[in-house]
Write a protein that binds this ligand. Structure first.
Ligand code: HEM
Length: 427
């Protein structure tokens, strides 16, 4: 692993481990899987809980037990590959990212211990309950403003553009400390990171994304430098102070890189989660009615969405040494794909796992935020923001309903939410 680079490139696809069942045709990028992964994930798990996906070059783990064991053993299963492109990059994109000043370092999700632990201690401070709660007035106000605009334009509306895309981005940008005037630019820069690290963009798309990433990284560096001289009440200022007080734990370049990483982590999956929440609630009119009448049901409803229709349905690891999973020998250097889509609907963990139940007692037994040392730092943030958005939508538009039954999904191996979603309401 070269110098903790933020994005590494995998140049070779290792052969399947000896004795591991192989699947020749399945890939999370297949169109049937993108449209509805759950029945296929179930079948795959029933056939072979551990198998090698030839089209992906990864060993796939399907059960909650195995996925949790992997998350709990960060020494054998390193997270170094979680931000890497799934497939090798085209030369044009490689050339752009070879710019000498494109040097973000792995900091949180993709940094091994013990460095990760040191950095996380300082980053975690910014994610306190108290701090997250300070976002409430902003989220409520912006939710109401976006709803006002949507209502004024009239039913039906495209919900992703009108609400789900702008709000989570703006919220995390305020949290980090980016100025509001840069929102549009930032959202555009962040947009295609999903394709870069988790999709299969063609050569021309890769070049366009690489250019955006370079501009975005340069912006993050300039922003951090400016913050150093003009602190505010925001995460970036706290991180700079943490670096000044503990330069051996968290370097200046690591602060810049956290800002670069968080601005993506902090909104993409939340945009998808609020859409997935509406996808689950709105067609079930009785359930939506319950939510509108009793907002205290929203917290568990969001947990059930995270289990049943999560905005993140997989994650990755790379073995650092030879190991064995369910009797299959897995050599060092094997890329591992953790399939949350099957684990979150496992029949021995969840009663009637393919039904959506906002009253489910163990809804929060899902694995959508990971586990162990890298457990999602933004889990509280994501839950709180999604709960608040749902509450405001239910209060303001009880007649909200979906205007479509099927949806298109952006081709990638991990994040899941509709590209667009038409909604309507009674005027
Ligand atoms: C529904 C929304 C979200 C989902 C499903 C999600 C999911 C995840 C998952 C699966 C991981 C990897 C966990 C592991 O390796 O064990 C992760 C890590 C992380 N997430 Fe989230 N996330 C969400 C929202 C957020 C938000 C809103 C933020 C920040 C504002 C955030 C920040 C992070 C960070 C910093 C890490 C790396 C933590 C570490 O390595 O120490 N996430 N997230």
């Amino acid at each position: 692993m070269a110098d903790n680079k933020y994005h590494q490139e995998r140049l070779e696809t290792p052969p399947p481990p000896a004795g591991c069942p192989a699947h020749a045709t399945w890939s999370p990028l297949n169109s049937d899987y993108l449209a509805d992964p759950y029945p296929i994930a179930d079948e795959l798990a029933a056939e072979h809980p551990v198998f090698y996906a030839e089209k992906l070059g990864y060993v796939v783990l399907t059960s909650m037990e195995d996925i949790e064991a992997v998350f709990n053993d960060h020494e054998t299963f390193a997270s170094v590959n979680v931000q890497d492109p799934v497939f090798p990059l085209a030369p044009g994109a490689q050339q752009i990212l070879a710019a000498p000043d494109f040097n973000p370092v792995a900091v949180m999700s993709n940094r091994p211990e013990p460095d990760h632990g040191k950095i996380r201690v300082h980053t975690r401070q910014g994610f306190s309950n108290k701090r997250i709660k300070t976002l409430e007035p902003y989220i409520r106000q912006r939710s109401n403003e976006l709803i006002d605009e949507m209502l004024a334009a009239g039913s039906p509306a495209e919900f992703v553009d009108a609400f789900a895309f702008p709000l989570p981005g703006e919220t995390v940008f305020r949290f980090i400390g980016f100025p509001q005037s840069d929102d549009e630019m930032l959202k555009n820069w962040c947009g295609d990171r999903k394709a870069f690290s988790w999709g299969k963009p063609d050569a021309a798309q890769q070049v366009a994304i690489a250019e955006q990433m370079l501009s975005y990284w340069r912006y993050c560096r300039d922003f951090t430098a400016a913050k150093r001289d003009a602190r505010g009440d925001d995460l970036a200022s706290e991180l700079i102070t943490a670096h000044e007080q503990n330069p051996d734990d968290i370097s200046y370049q690591e602060v810049e890189s956290i800002i670069y990483g968080l601005s993506f982590a902090g909104h993409e999956a939340v945009t998808a989660l609020i859409c997935n929440t509406l996808q689950c609630l709105l067609p079930r009119r009785d359930v939506w009615g319950e939510i509108c009448n009793d907002p205290t049901l929203i917290a568990n409803a969001v947990e059930e969405v995270l289990r049943y229709n999560s905005s993140q349905i997989s994650w990755r690891r790379l073995t650092t040494r030879d190991t064995t999973i369910r009797g299959t020998e897995i050599p060092a250097g094997t890329a591992v794909f953790l399939n949350f889509a099957s684990a979150n609907r496992q029949a021995d963990l969840f009663d009637d796992p393919h039904s959506f139940d906002i009253h489910r007692q163990n809804a929060n037994r899902h694995i959508s935020f990971g586990k162990g040392v890298h457990f999602c730092l933004g889990a509280r943030f994501a839950r709180y923001e999604t709960q608040l958005m749902t509450e405001v939508l239910a209060q303001r538009i009880p007649t909200l309903h979906l205007e479509q039954e099927t949806f298109d999904y952006f081709p990638n191996i991990t994040f899941r939410g509709p590209i667009s979603m038409m909604v309507g309401w009674d005027s």
